[in-house]
Ligand binder design. Sequence first.
Ligand SMILES: *Cc1c(COP(=O)(O)O)cnc(C)c1O
Ligand code: SF4
Length: 395
Amino acid sequence: MNPAAVDIKEPIIQTTITERIPLSAGEERVLGFFPDAGLAEWEDWRWQLKNRIRSLESISGLVTLTDHEKRGVQGAGDKLTMSIPPYFASLIDEKDPGCPIRLQSVPQDYEFETTDNEMLDPCGEEKNSHVHGLVHRYPDRVLFLVSEMCAMYCRYCTRSRMVGDGAHSLNTSTYDAALEYIRSHKEIRDVLISGGDPLTLSDKMLEYLISSIKAIPHVEFVRIGTRVPATLPQRITPELMAMFKKYSPVWMSVHFNHPKEITARVKQACNMIADAGIPMGSQTVLLRGINDSPEVMKKLFHELLKLRVRPYYIYQCDPIVGSRHFRTSVATGINIMENLRGHTSGYAVPAYVIDGPGGGGKIPVNPDYLVSKENGRYTLRNYAGGLYTYYDPTY
Ligand SMILES: *Cc1c(COP(=O)(O)O)cnc(C)c1O
Ligand code: SF4
């Protein structure tokens, strides 16, 4: 077993949470499939991880599967395994194959279709990786992959080449090599701890990583990339928050795709994170049939602002192998941006980016607001279509 992975056999740790959240009808229903478990287990992240829904048999009990889903679940093991924490499964609409939670978590056989221009490593991470688990693409910052495990495997995952419970290639010795690389590269001022999901590691392992990174004098900015606040909010415990607080400032990049993901438990988790002094930015993947409309995106970003989460990026879905059914046109993304900027709080407007296939990094894509530029005369269009001229003083 990967020594870095969480030991899900550890005894259940009861945590004190200020406010107990009653089970929703969906949670009651899913908990009913686990006759030996009660509220204490439901609130325990290790129980949630251990009891993730992974087989055709268990998902069929919860959801009336379509033929595409049946074939998808059967074949997914070869590629990216299905894995859904009971909590996240409780958000699935068992009767609606178009449910946004379901589309993200239950595989469909479209995943096995490969179209032109799709890649196994669309962001070209391997070629920017000089030490295993570390991607150094931009001069001043690195992506430090510390776990291959996630609570839930998102079907469009851009790192599906490396994530999965069976992939045990990251461990304390790869961590130490990566830490040594960061120590010896003085230009690195920003470390993004990601994976997989770093929050599937134990508190102890996370503390080892954060304290080691924070001890490097030239590192001034540390953030954790995680989807756990959405898929396994139980992981956000008072103990974990107290640990992060010791290493302040630490930022968090969370990952939310649909307003349906924002539940009472998620609100509580995000409040705990914000109260621990951790600023949050969110990343959203533009996904066909899930959030590809201005209305859904706006609702999501408004909900996030209420939780003190600043929408940071909308990603055009990467051309990962088998992602065709998730990808929208770029025009869809531009139209969403057009309907956000000026129409709602600037804080609710993230940057829309395409990760340049092959390793280009994040490249912003925007509606065209600059109508013309000549002789120092800039003609600009505002959100409502009005034209305005700005005279460049240096012309
Ligand atoms: C996204 C990413 C980062 C961080 O980029 P920011 O724009 O600073 O958020 C760093 N390294 C890699 C390889 C990335 O993909
Ligand atoms: S949480 Fe992130 S790394 Fe994990 S499956 Fe989802 S997109 Fe991939």
